[in-house]
Design a protein around this ligand. Structure first.
Ligand code: NAP
Length: 328
């Protein structure tokens, strides 16, 4: 089969497609034909520097998510021909992932895509959903407990995750403040119907307080530790901030004193998409279908040979929405 094989950290244009054996079916793992996958920031991070970490077994086939068709059900309850979504749990990092024609994935990271979903959404839409919407859905409802009368700030809102969070939060009825670093992003946010699009020039706290002087109830933070000191000050008393992304480039909080830097009565949490379940995936797809959410797809590639182009496109920050591969 063809697969993108990462042997060491490299630049986007150095990614290569190779011929490798189709994996053999083993106990507790299913073999699937990959129908498509989304591109994620964490795959850029893996290629760029994370592949040098001890816990990454090189060479590795990247790709933390995919939609596939079961060809080898092994000891699972899946049948040949079932369409499944696979994500996380070490996929594309500690075991081979989805940048390939076939993938061997642990049963516990494989979730049935039900008839209702296949009937109501196109294959491209289904491919664009698993990791991105699961992350937005979990951040908003599991971590932030978003309510209809909340004001929600989304920092890093033009990212694929940010856009899906905007769509889901609008269904809930929350008022939304959302950021982009440039005018093109602001126009995108306006088109999406965001109540208060604002420019992020590094410090947004005062801009948010100019609109809501007491602060906001909820913050979905996709920029992360590099701006935490500024972001956390936008919270209202009893407000919650969920760090989900690290677009700002820093994964760890430096020089952060929780006693002094978290204002009294404000709460800090984080979301990690490593633990999807069949129930949450079903609930999420049902929520998307019931509310007629249309995933925003910014680019579709049809050949693994285009993997460098896709990584370059993501790094350019020129598209707003999900980049996907649809392989058949
Ligand atoms: N916690 C989890 O389990 C989990 C799961 C999925 C994703 N994530 C994280 O969520 C974040 C979003 O991922 P994604 O795949 O949705 O991203 P994406 O679509 O690639 O995001 C692209 C947008 O991010 C903004 N951006 C890029 N670099 C930035 C910087 N240095 N500072 C501020 N904004 C920047 C740009 O918007 P503007 O140019 O408009 O400002 C750009 O258009 C990533 O950090 C990813 O690792 C976390």
């Amino acid at each position: 089969m063809k697969a993108v094989v990462l042997e060491k950290t490299c630049k986007a244009d150095e990614l290569e497609v190779k011929e490798v054996p189709i994996p053999k079916v083993v106990k507790d793992k299913v073999l699937l034909k990959v129908k498509g996958f989304g591109i994620n920031r964490s795959e850029i991070i893996l290629r760029d520097y994370e592949a040098d970490e001890d816990y990454i077994d090189l060479p590795v086939i990247p790709g933390i998510e995919c939609i596939g068709e079961i060809v080898g059900p092994s000891n699972s309850s899946f049948k040949k021909g079932d369409i499944v979504a696979c994500l996380m749990g070490g996929m594309g990092r500690t075991f081979d992932g989805s940048y390939a024609e076939y993938a061997l994935i642990p049963i516990k990271n494989t979730f049935k895509v039900r008839e209702n979903t296949l009937k109501n959404l196109s294959l491209e839409e289904i491919i664009s959903i698993p990791e991105t919407y699961f992350t937005a859905y979990g951040s908003l409802y599991e971590c932030l407990n978003l309510k209809s009368d909340d004001v929600l700030l989304i920092r890093g809102a033009t990212s694929a995750t940010g856009i899906s969070a905007i769509q889901l939060a609008q269904i809930t009825g929350a008022k939304i403040i959302a950021t982009s670093r440039n005018q093109k992003g602001i126009e995108k946010l306006e088109k999406l119907g965001v109540d208060y699009p604002i420019i992020d020039d590094g410090d947004i706290c005062q801009k948010v307080l100019d609109i809501f002087p007491e602060g906001v109830e909820k913050v979905l933070d996709l920029i992360g530790p590099s701006k935490l000191n500024d972001t956390i000050k936008t919270l209202k008393f009893r407000g919650i901030l969920c760090i989900t992304g690290v677009l700002g480039g820093e994964e760890y909080v430096k020089n952060f004193n929780p006693i002094a830097d978290v204002p009294n009565g404000r709460y800090l949490t984080g979301f990690y998409s490593n633990y999807p379940t069949q129930k949450i995936m079903d609930d999420m797809f049902d929520f998307i279908i019931k509310n007629n959410v249309k995933p925003v797809i910014s680019a579709v590639f049809n050949s693994l040979e285009d993997i460098s182009k896709a990584h370059i496109l993501m790094e350019s920050n020129k598209v707003q929405g999900k980049i996907i591969f649809k392989l058949d």
